[in-house]
Design a protein around this ligand. Structure first.
Ligand SMILES: [Zn+2]
Length: 450
């Protein structure tokens, strides 16, 4: 009798553990099934560590960037096309986390939570992107030997036309992981924004100070804050907001940021997309960061012109440019035009959607005019033939003795050519040099296809 009850108890205990096990397995397969299926040891999807049977990835004109032939992944024949589209397309070993090959592996293989890989046996889905391979190649070549990122999008429709990260590599060759080649710098990097951040401080001022546009500050090769010098490259004397932005006066923007105060600056940095990761087609970018908590006055001065600990993400910045061009809210950038099954049935189509309003329409109009003035009065309108460019340069100090990063951000003021752009070239010096030149080359090519 005693032995029976031990057996019965054991059986009950076993049953309880079994039931818990079944529930756990079901739960895990629903929540973690995607990870298990995409694990490189899964031979239904991977052969020798390479994803097979996945559908085609094409650019906006139908140029095939990656396809499957006889169980092998094949990239485009052209060397520069492979390099310039690599970070958007992704590799098929899973190294480039934000590339479509990895981030959208389920769409490419036809994997589905309910039916698993049943449909995948027929062949995966095809993804058509909004980017142009040729435009990407123009951007990669324009960057030359500089590391960095270029993004161009249509600020009315949200379509990404160009997304390039350098350095890149040839996916047909074996590669060593050097210089962060697997990182898509457009999505997964954040850089000190330098003077491009003066646009953020300008917006904060226009939104909160009734006299923002007429407010003046003095510049004598900089300004002293609590005995510490915030230096400026020139003596700009007494300047107003519009001239200070065009001349990129550090003395002006540091004093303006201090008068706005840390709370207001933090509030607008957050509203303009800092501290929240941007997203494109469900792929998460690295967040830009601005943290003004318990900040010293002089550091707030530096932060107001894009130094201190400020960091900007290129996708976030592109969206901000879209918001200025778009009257205070942006068309969200997207890069997947459509997804179709092997039978040709469209199962997804990208389209325009908008961010929350970041600032008022009147603020957008004022910043727009000031950024246009930056080009006409300082950077040189003639350097952008047949484009009405509105822009801001940035020369972002990194470490002592290291050449600064070169930034050029803005948009084209033309209803027939609604392009917004971000260029960052690492350690390339003044924004008005390398980044501006890259931007013009890419915009001239983008104008032909928009
Ligand atoms: Zn100055």
């Amino acid at each position: 009798m005693k032995q029976m009850s031990i057996r019965a108890l054991s059986l009950i205990a076993f049953t309880v553990v079994f039931v818990i096990g079944i529930f756990s397995l079901t739960y895990l397969s629903m929540t973690r099934g995607d990870d298990w299926t995409s694990f490189p040891a899964n031979r239904h999807i991977y052969k020798d560590g390479v994803m097979v049977n996945a559908g085609d990835i094409t650019d906006r004109f139908g140029t095939v960037l990656a396809t499957t032939e006889n169980g092998q992944r094949i990239f485009n024949d052209d060397y520069y096309t492979r390099l310039s589209t690599l970070h958007a397309v992704g590799d098929f070993n899973g190294f480039i986390k934000t590339g479509l090959a990895t981030a959208k592996w389920d769409k490419l293989t036809g994997y589905n939570k309910i039916t698993g890989l049943y449909d995948a046996k027929k062949g995966g889905n095809n993804i058509k992107m909004t980017i142009s391979a040729d435009l990407n190649t123009v951007a990669l070549k324009a960057l030359g030997n500089y590391s960095g990122a270029v993004g161009v999008y249509n600020y009315k429709t949200g379509e990404m036309l160009c997304m390039v990260s350098s350095p890149s590599y040839d996916p047909n060759e074996k590669n060593e992981e050097t210089d962060g080649i697997y990182i898509n710098r457009f999505l997964s990097s954040s850089y000190p924004p330098g003077s491009t951040f003066k646009v953020v401080t300008t917006i904060a001022a226009l939104e909160t100070l009734p006299d923002a546009e007429s407010r003046e500050y003095d510049c004598d090769y900089g300004t002293y804050v609590d005995g510490e010098l915030i230096s400026c490259m020139s003596k700009h004397h007494t300047v107003n907001l519009r001239d200070a932005l065009a001349k990129s006066c550090n003395a002006y923007f540091s004093q303006l940021a201090i008068d706005l105060g840390a709370d207001t600056m933090q509030k607008y940095a957050d509203k303009l997309g800092f501290n929240t990761p941007a997203e494109i087609d469900g792929i998460t970018a690295k967040a830009g960061t601005v943290d003004l908590d318990k900040i010293r006055k002089v550091d707030l001065g530096w932060a107001g012109m894009g130094q201190y600990t400020d960091l900007a993400n290129p996708l976030q910045y592109l969206t901000l440019m879209g918001a200025i061009a778009g009257g205070g809210k942006a068309a969200k950038p997207y890069m997947i035009d459509s997804i179709t099954t092997v039978e040709g049935i469209e199962i997804y189509r990208g389209g325009v959607s908008y961010t929350e309003r970041m600032f008022s329409e009147s603020t957008a109009t004022a910043v727009h005019a000031m950024m246009r003035n930056c080009v006409t009065s300082n950077y040189g309108d003639y350097r952008f033939p047949d484009l009405n460019v509105c822009a801001k340069t940035g020369t972002a100090e990194v470490d002592q003795g290291v050449t600064p990063h070169s930034w050029f951000v803005g948009f084209v003021e033309n209803n027939d050519c609604p392009l917004a752009f971000v260029v960052v070239a690492e350690n390339a010096g003044a924004g008005v040099g390398v980044a501006r030149t890259v931007a013009n080359k890419v915009l001239q090519a983008a104008k032909q296809i928009v």
